[in-house]
Write a protein that binds this ligand. Structure first.
Ligand SMILES: Cc1ncc(COP(=O)(O)O)c(C=O)c1O
Length: 443
């Protein structure tokens, strides 16, 4: 039976739910990344490293809540604090002890965070970071890098192909998209434009390391250039925060940004985001002792669910567990074992492909490369084209048929609760899936 027929036959419940969903949601889905042909899968529940779909199929989960679940699904300590907080109130319409705890945990893990404000998502966090930078510098233009993702607010969503549909030209005109990894181009732009407020980037290259630059030298160069020219350096650690290391990519590489944006892991599996960084900049939000301070001379920051007690207790517990010290080591070791194992499978089957990535952020591309398997030096256009090809789509489908769910089309976000057994089972499934793709003449 073909990969597609197996997919259809083993997921009848998902197929029928998708039929219903199409009259409710655009394309039947609630997140662009969940769009899949012939239909996406519908899950019922998760526990640890596993999750189950409506047809009773079990998956080893590498989506891990789009990277939020470094402690896996329903970690007992988090379930416990969230249960308790549910009974105490989900929104007290006031300041809480829980938000103090949460903010203190972030500050102690990420020393560049002198001051912090919580939001409800990474999209809000990057929007606020750009606004703070503009208010602080009095300048307008924010530089972002090609392919780097910062959520879907009007400033973040466009790339060098032009403004995303619905984004006003004036907003698009306040952004500049530059090629990633090229310090010379960045420097030239900065020197010839005196209206640059900030640069925002993913510190491990686009999509948590899928499209890499020379991390250490580029980040260092950006830090030096921005410091020299009074430009705010925003590190978007929505994925890498508390994952690349307990203190994020900035700790791993020893490079301190002016502002950092967080989401995902920070909120311990519930919705949440934050901007933290230099007190001078984040304090653009402050009231300076005035009950009502004109929003033309400060940065306004309301938000009904900012620092809500449920996200606060989940986030605090998650960060406390991370600060105990084991989480990142385990997740990174499991990621490296998976990556090395996948490279072994490619070699033994003599199929073109390689796996690379930093610690727990593992990517697979169906093309050969002589990179060091951590920082991939492959051409970005070639990687993107390969990921868009039918063979990558079929590989994902086949992996799903064999009980493995990956992030996007080709990434594995590994948690601290993935076990050696999970990794071995994944490698076995990966080998079977590659064989099936080969049998279908996909390569
Ligand atoms: C690096 C990065 N920044 C920002 C965002 C947006 O976060 P959210 O989906 O919470 O709005 C994402 C989402 O995946 C992301 O990967």
């Amino acid at each position: 039976m073909s990969i597609l027929s197996t997919y259809e036959e083993s997921h009848p419940g998902s197929m029928s739910k998708f039929q219903r969903a199409q009259s409710i949601f655009p394309s039947g889905v609630t997140h662009d990344n969940r769009y899949a042909t012939p239909f996406p899968l519908y899950m019922t529940h998760g526990k640890g490293s596993k999750k189950w779909d409506v047809d009773g199929n079990e998956y080893i989960d590498y989506v891990c809540g789009h990277g939020a679940l470094i402690l896996g699904h329903s970690h007992p300590e988090i379930v416990d604090v969230v249960h308790q907080q549910m009974a105490l109130g989900t929104h007290l319409g006031a300041c809480t002890d829980q938000e103090l705890e949460w903010g203190s945990h972030v500050k102690s893990l990420v020393p560049s965070v002198e001051r912090i404000r919580f939001q409800s998502s990474g999209t809000e966090a990057t929007m606020m970071a750009m606004r703070l930078a503009r208010a602080y510098t009095g300048k307008t233009v924010v530089v972002k890098l090609q392919d780097h993702f910062h959520g879907w607010n009007d400033y973040a969503i466009s790339d060098s192909s032009g403004p995303s549909s619905g984004v006003p030209d004036v907003v698009w005109g306040s952004m500049k998209v530059l090629p990633a990894g090229d310090l010379k181009i960045l420097e030239e732009f900065i020197i010839t434009n005196d209206n640059v407020a900030a640069i925002i980037l993913e510190p491990t290259g686009a999509h948590y390391g899928q499209l890499m630059f020379n991390v250490e030298s580029y980040l260092k160069g950006v830090r030096e250039l921005t410091a020299k020219h009074g430009i705010v350096f925003i590190m978007d650690e929505v994925v890498t925060g508390f994952r690349a290391s307990s203190g994020g990519a900035q700790q791993k590489y020893g490079i301190t940004p002016d502002l950092t944006t967080f989401a995902k892991i920070i909120a311990g599996s519930l919705p949440g985001g934050a901007v933290g960084g230099k007190a001078d900049i984040v304090d653009m939000i402050s009231h300076n002792g005035k009950f009502v301070r004109n929003i033309t001379d400060r940065v306004a920051h309301p938000g009904t669910f900012n620092a809500n007690p449920l996200s606060a207790v989940a986030g605090s517990k998650c960060l406390e567990i991370i600060s105990r010290g084991e989480v990142n080591t385990i997740a990174n070791n499991m990621g490296i074992k998976l990556r090395d194992g996948i490279n072994g499978v490619f070699s033994s089957l003599e199929i073109s492909g390689h796996s690379y990535g930093i610690g727990s952020m593992v990517h697979v591309v169906l093309q050969d490369c002589d990179c060091d398997r951590e920082i991939c030096t492959g051409d970005h256009t070639r990687i993107k084209n390969t990921i868009a090809e039918e063979k990558t789509i079929q590989l994902k489908r086949s992996l799903q048929n064999h009980g493995i769910d990956v992030m996007g089309r080709n990434a594995f976000l590994v948690s601290a609760v993935h076990t050696e057994q999970d990794i071995n089972d994944t490698l076995e499934a990966f080998e079977t899936s590659l064989r099936e793709c080969r049998d279908e003449n996909l390569f």
